[in-house]
Write a new protein. Structure first.
Length: 319
């Protein structure tokens, strides 16, 4: 049985034609001469056939009406979905580019124009290679090949503005279908200021007089500065394999450390004295610790500023 509206309409037309023929046969039989039993029996048979065909026609009409109503509902939902996606596209806070495999730009949103300083026609006239900084353009074929293999991935790139300056972008790309062809949607977040702040933090981090380390909520060390390596007499690889328990004196209760972390993760800045331990030679020394939270890639971690107060403690005890 056909389920599309055109097929049902064709079958309805056929049934209507059969219905008309049967009705004519009934009328001719009734109006014809003779009233014997065979004619009567034939009339009854024809009437049943007419009723059966009429019922089939009515059923098909109901099916057609239901199918048309369903298609109308689906069409309205599709239009509503398209309107929502268009609204999100036009008002997104990130630049959005839609382009084909060759790098031809098919669509851009207002933020893409604003971010790079072009009008929409100007930006649409460029290729992806012209948007990317010169050192990035050479990677476009490689990235598209990787994207076709994986379906989506995220990377950093530099885009060139109309005035010749550059914007550092975090690009999230995925494959889509656009106008019945394979295309790529790239959502580009301007991370220029974030990267400047990170670079500034890294300079302070690396040149600080105190030891600084970053660890997660379980105490696993994620990053350290040179002063921490010097203070604890470990290499970078060794430091990143440690936890806070590995650099604490055995006499320091683990529960106390976790209580401090809980307070920090709740929003407090915590300062306390602690007995630290060098993990290789197991030597113990006194430190003053300041803890606060730090956000890295959207995740909250704990930053510890550690000052060696061994000499100060000895001086206090000598008094």
């Amino acid at each position: 049985m056909k389920t599309d509206p055109q097929g049902l309409e064709k079958e309805n037309a056929t049934l209507r034609k059969i219905n008309r023929v049967l009705m004519e046969r009934v009328e001719n039989s009734v109006n014809g001469s003779g009233s014997n039993y065979a004619i009567f029996e034939n009339n009854i048979l024809l009437q049943k056939q007419v009723e059966q065909r009429t019922a089939e026609l009515e059923q098909r009409n109901r099916q057609l009406a239901a199918l048309l109503a369903e298609q109308k509902r689906i069409g309205e939902e599709l239009r509503e979905s398209e309107q929502k996606h268009r609204l999100l596209f036009e008002n997104a806070g990130d630049a959005i580019f839609i382009h084909d495999e060759a790098g031809k730009i098919l669509a851009v949103n207002p933020m893409a124009c604003k971010q790079l300083g072009y009008s929409q026609p100007e930006l649409m006239a460029l290729s992806l290679g012209e948007v990317d900084a010169p050192e990035q353009a050479q990677h476009v074929p490689e990235r598209i090949a990787r994207l076709k293999e994986q379906g989506q991935f995220t990377f950093e790139s530099r885009h060139r503005r109309k005035d010749g300056s550059f914007v550092l972008a975090e690009v999230s790309a995925r494959l889509i279908t656009w106008d019945r062809q394979l295309a790529i949607i790239s959502i580009c977040r301007d991370v220029t200021e974030r990267r400047r702040a990170e670079d500034k933090f890294r300079k302070v981090f690396d040149n600080a007089h105190d030891a600084i380390l970053i660890h997660d909520a379980q105490g696993r060390i994620l990053d350290v500065n040179p002063r921490m390596l010097e203070m604890y007499q470990v290499t970078p690889a060794q430091a990143l394999a440690l936890s806070i328990g590995d650099i604490s004196s055995p006499e320091m209760p683990e529960g106390l450390a976790r209580a401090f972390w809980a307070r920090v993760l709740a929003g407090e800045s915590v300062q306390f004295e602690w007995k630290a331990m060098r993990p290789l030679d197991k030597s113990i020394f006194d430190v003053e610790v300041n803890l606060k939270t730090i956000s890295i890639d959207g995740k909250i971690h704990i930053l510890g500023n550690i000052r060696d107060i061994t000499e100060r403690k000895r001086a206090e005890e000598a008094l």
